[in-house]
Design a protein around this ligand. Structure first.
Ligand SMILES: [Zn+2]
Length: 152
């Protein structure tokens, strides 16, 4: 399952959407509603939350923690690609493409190298506080990430 789905459910939550429906996913990712719905159901099957028929998906505590980790990882990878010279939106796209394949070794290195960095190239906090920001608007970072490979 693509990590962007988990990150996107979390982004929705941060925007104040507790139960995220297939239309949100389909419009943000440019995928069909049935594909989006299937992704939501699979998130629930992985025990990251519950799927409520005809409504959508709600992250549970485990899902939120996982999503925060993945979001942090995504942002660290963005920093890497940015340092290599990519503009922020390209760094984001590249991170979306490669995030599933990053090893723990790479992530640990990035955590060390960027230990003093607070913001990713798009201006989001790399490490979000738990209570901070639920409900506040965030992030341009997911939208354009998906022009390929959605079939996972
Ligand atoms: Zn970013």
């Amino acid at each position: 399952m693509r990590e962007i789905y988990i990150r996107l459910a979390y982004k929705a939550l941060r925007e104040g959407i507790d139960v995220v429906g297939p239309s949100y996913f389909s419009s943000k990712l440019g995928i069909s509603k049935p594909t989006a719905q299937e992704a939501l159901i699979r998130l629930a099957e992985q025990n990251l939350g519950e799927y409520i028929p005809k409504k959508g998906f709600r992250l549970n505590r485990t899902g939120i923690e996982r999503a925060r980790e993945l979001t942090k990882k995504h942002r660290l990878m963005e920093c890497l690609f940015y340092e290599l010279g990519m503009p922020p939106e390209n760094a984001c796209r590249e991170a979306t493409r490669l995030e599933e394949h990053a090893s723990p070794e790479l992530i640990n290195l990035l955590k060390t190298i960027f230990i003093n960095r607070e913001l990713c190239p798009c201006g989001n906090r790399i490490e979000e506080g738990i209570e901070e920001g639920l409900g506040e608007g965030i992030d341009e970072e997911i939208g354009e990430g998906i022009e390929e490979g959605l079939d996972d």
